[in-house]
Design a protein around this ligand. Sequence first.
Ligand SMILES: Cc1ncc(COP(=O)(O)O)c(C=O)c1O
Length: 379
Amino acid sequence: MIGSDFAELQLFITGPILLRKEVREAGLLPEFGHRDSENVKRFGPIMENLRKLSGAPEDYDIIIFNGSGTNVLEASVRSLVASDDTVLNVSVGAFGDLYHKLAVTNGKNAVQLKFDYGRAIDLDKLEQALEEYSPDVVTFTQNETSTGVFNNVPEVCALIHKYGAKSLVDAVSIFGGAPSCIAEAKPMMYSTSTQKSLGLPAGFGIAFVSPEGFEKAEKVENRGYTTDILAQVEKARNLQTLTTPNGTLVNQMCVQLDYIVNDETIEKRFARHEEMREMAHEWVEQMDGYSLFAQEGYRSPSVSAVQTAPGMTVEKLKQVKEAMRGHGYLFDPGYGKINKELEASGRQPIFRIGHMADISPEMLKKYLEILSGVLKDIN
Ligand SMILES: Cc1ncc(COP(=O)(O)O)c(C=O)c1O
């Protein structure tokens, strides 16, 4: 039978991520019509719980887009960067680069400020770039999944806003695992997706948009259709999506958000992510020759990037991956492009530990114990 040989692995990659049994079971709930009253039974609680989880002020709209994180980031570029605007894409890694690519491929006047892999946004350098380019819009990544760097959203947004620019934040791999800071930082648009710290399958991008975002969008031409936040929000305000949603995922999202807010609780979920970050750090400290890749003080609660000890190579990390598969785990051997560049410059490659969503500290402890043995055997 098809599927009978699909491996049941515990995913320790950086998304998609392990799904709780209850989330998998919620995939069996009834399909429904997305313009029917049944739709409201799902999207009513979903929107309410997203607001609680985000702490977003009431004047922010919440939009659920079909697609994944990239689709909602592209919508932010299409809807909020005008043809005569300058957009500054601040990048601390592969996903900061992705925002730049989205701006360039959509024909926007885009400039980039890049930091070395593993470094967080340096506010002095950002200030220089704000002075040099006078951008209208600035994009940046809250949680750089490729390097494990966690930028300080309130500080970065405050600086951007001081220079009269508007901020677009990519929070794809962190929303649901740490405070969004939307209320404090007031970004024009804050974007995320389902398959990371929320602990759901991929399929939706989620946007939190400020009132000034909608004012701005009115003045931007060629917003497209599915990338138009004005078309999207009209439906979102009626608890609907613009185009047909994946009903299975809607059911799962309804169940999972209710669990996060009302069972686990938001506070405990964020604390569990911090606890797992500490566990990962302590584990790295006692691994001879291994070190944390991200700058101290800016390390992610949902993903740790680990620089390997001398002797480890990209090729050997592939062996580690296969050995971990033998133990029932999916190991993340690092972001390919970054590891290539690290090796080419004579530096050690990295691997990543995704400790997000519904992974428990007990599961992480066991994983790290097994990983220690595998790394020692292969390195
Ligand atoms: C920080 C960040 N931004 C954007 C993306 C792209 O999101 P998606 O794969 O959901 O399109 C990812 C995916 O890993 C990510 O981690």
